[in-house]
Design a protein around this ligand. Sequence first.
Ligand SMILES: [Fe+2]
Ligand SMILES: [Fe+2]
Length: 391
Amino acid sequence: MRMDDLFLEKVLKRGRSLISDFAILVKLTGVYESINEAVLNAASRLKDDLEFFLGEEGEITVKLAEEAFFIEDFRVKASVADIDNFSFLSKNLSERGIGAVTFRAPLQTDDLVFLAYAIKGGSEAAEIQSALESRLTKAITVGGPVEALKESALDTKDVRLLARRAYVKAVTSYQAAVQSLKAGKRPDLKRAKRAVQGLVDAIFKDEPYTLGLTAARNPKLYVFQHPVHVAMLSAALGKRLALNRYHLSLLGMAALFHDVGKVVLPLSILQKEGELSPLEQELLRMHPLEGLKQVLKSRGLNTLAVLTMFVALEHHRAMDGSGYPPFRGNDRPVLFSRIVQIADDFDSMVSGLVQQRKAQPVAEALKLMHSRAGTVYDEVLLRAFMDVFKS
Ligand SMILES: [Fe+2]
Ligand SMILES: [Fe+2]
């Protein structure tokens, strides 16, 4: 993880309580004229919050710009429970012309209490600063108004961090589900569902970046990364069909489990370098039917389970009736299966890590798929899929 990410993690975790505890301390100094236990407790809570960011040394700056709080450059958003505290502190700081407060380790509770009384007492930023200097403390610096911070840029950072998190969570939760199935246990699907919802959200907010994550290919992890890539690509295609978020999450989950039938296959087949033997091929071609069985075994018959069964069974069937497993009649695979089939073949081609075939460039893969429009792939869906790579 990058340093920025680590800091943002901290802001997401403790930023709100830092702003709230700061507000509460200032509020209490307005209630109690002299220092008492309540004030000291509030100050030590704020000290804890600050030390969470500071560690042994270091400094952080809390900024107020256009009524929004930032820790360094990261926006701290209030929840319903903190709105009153946030607006109280924002009002008090801006009335004193304070735009930034820098805190440095080591902090003393006394200094925090002093700062709070000065703010509540109505001193201006410059007065507070010189009073702090006369206390000979370097732990706190108070500054005037800061220029408005570009929030959009910060939001982009947040969205991208959340996209990366959802991606990792999807890979690990699929891995955990596979382990449960191998052990004959029911997989816990809640984590996977939340991860897929996170990915769908990220696709709506920053699709190019999110889909860019599918370039991650780790030979050892690829059996778990591939289903996640297929889920993301399927959702991006589904988005172009105007499916709503609920349906996109269902589609993403069904796509995530499209190859679940492979849990019964040994890794020696799944990660084999070079051509599979005829017997190995035959075993591999059983994974759609095996997938249907796995889903049937592990879940109740809800909508998601039924859709996942269809996708598991049909994702290697072609529009012209070729592919496997063979089926009678003229039934076309269902919509979700036709979507996943496209996403699956695409990811297999561009990764090249499935059976260690050569990776194809995106343009080549799309060209090859285009030549099979109508015979292997649903023409309309394939056109929508091509659209994903135009932007
Ligand atoms: Fe498959
Ligand atoms: Fe696949």
